[in-house]
Design a protein around this ligand. Structure first.
Ligand code: CP
Length: 319
């Protein structure tokens, strides 16, 4: 078969952006474009994944990622099982691996997994027969978030390479930041990190980024301002003096945004804390904020990932 970008994707799992080439990323983004159109139709469902089973296994809370994986799988015709961890035998002490082996015995074709520990999703992927998609593991990676962010940027600005993107806020605890840094750099963008010193990872420059602790300096002439949620659930102790002070120095409002390019766009992966990370009115400004578009692109990206990862199974009948 001729190797077009669409047939070149050869990964068994999607565990992170690390290891994806520019062609892999472009393949996913190109394919997702068609799924945006499918999702905008009145009748959204196809039978591409008919007969396949997708299990959503979320050990941490989620609104966007879990729902959009469910919508994506159903729009492609798959059977979807949502496992509620709070009502599962994990609460009786069953281990992650025993849970994985139990679900594996039911022959799922894809497992979508979110877990609070970095590396847990990779560990699980080594124990099961189906494809595994990382829906966020600890502080490590959230690859489909970075892919949907990339699709949002590419659709609005026509490119990713050559742009300057500022990732601002709680970088230290953010898997979204890690996946985005890798994806944006792989696709030729320049990345800046802007955060108080307490919310920067140790030796942040090792990521090949520019690092700032002042929003006005860091936002100078950027194309995209990507805000991050303050991950209070991952903080032990006080990383910021108060949320009011945090907003004053690191929350995005129109005055700080004026240091970026005049038409700079604003993103946030959600869930957002209005008035903490971002001014509420700016978050809702459809001329500057891409936040709602990010959610829409999430379904299309997840459809593309499910499509690509199940191709070997659909084409040959074997994983
Ligand atoms: N952005 C994101 O992962 O949101 P959820 O936690 O709601 O899935």
């Amino acid at each position: 078969m001729k190797q077009t970008p669409e047939t070149a994707f050869s990964h068994r799992h999607l565990l992170g952006i690390e290891g994806l080439s520019p062609i892999d990323i472009t393949t996913i983004l190109d394919l997702a474009g068609g799924y945006v159109d499918q999702s905008r139709r009145v009748h959204k469902t196809s039978d591409l994944l008919n007969g396949l089973t997708v299990i959503n296994l979320f050990f941490e809370n989620s609104t966007r990622t879990r729902t959009s994986f469910e919508a994506a799988a159903k729009r492609l015709g798959a059977d979807v099982i949502n496992m509620t961890v709070a009502a599962s035998s994990i609460k009786k002490g069953e281990t992650l691996i025993d849970t994985a082996m139990t679900l594996n015995a039911m022959h799922p074709d894809v497992l979508v997994v979110r877990h609070g520990n970095s590396g847990a999703v990779r560990l699980l992927s080594e124990k099961v027969d189906g494809a595994v998609i990382n829906a966020g593991d600890g502080r490590h990676e959230h690859p489909t978030q970075a892919l949907l962010d990339a699709l949002t940027i590419r659709r609005r600005l026509g490119k990713i390479g050559g742009l300057t993107v500022a990732i601002c806020g709680d970088v230290a605890h953010s898997r979204v930041a890690r996946s985005n840094i890798q994806l944006l750099q792989t696709m030729g963008a320049r990345v800046r990190l802007i955060a108080p010193p307490t919310l920067l990872p140790a030796k942040a420059e090792r990521f090949g980024v520019e690092v700032f602790t002042d929003m006005r300096e860091g936002l100078q002439d950027v194309d995209i301002v990507m805000m991050l949620r303050l991950q209070l659930e991952r903080m032990q102790g006080a990383f910021v003096p108060s949320v009011r002070e945090y907003f004053r120095f690191f929350g995005l409002d129109r005055e700080k945004l004026s240091y970026a390019k005049p038409d700079a766009l604003v993103m946030h992966p959600g869930p957002m804390n209005r008035g903490v990370e971002i001014d509420s009115e700016l978050a809702d400004d459809i001329d500057r904020s891409l936040i709602r578009e990010q959610v829409e692109m999430g379904v299309a990206i997840r459809m593309a990932c499910l499509d690509l990862l199940t191709r070997p199974l659909r084409e040959t009948g074997a994983p």
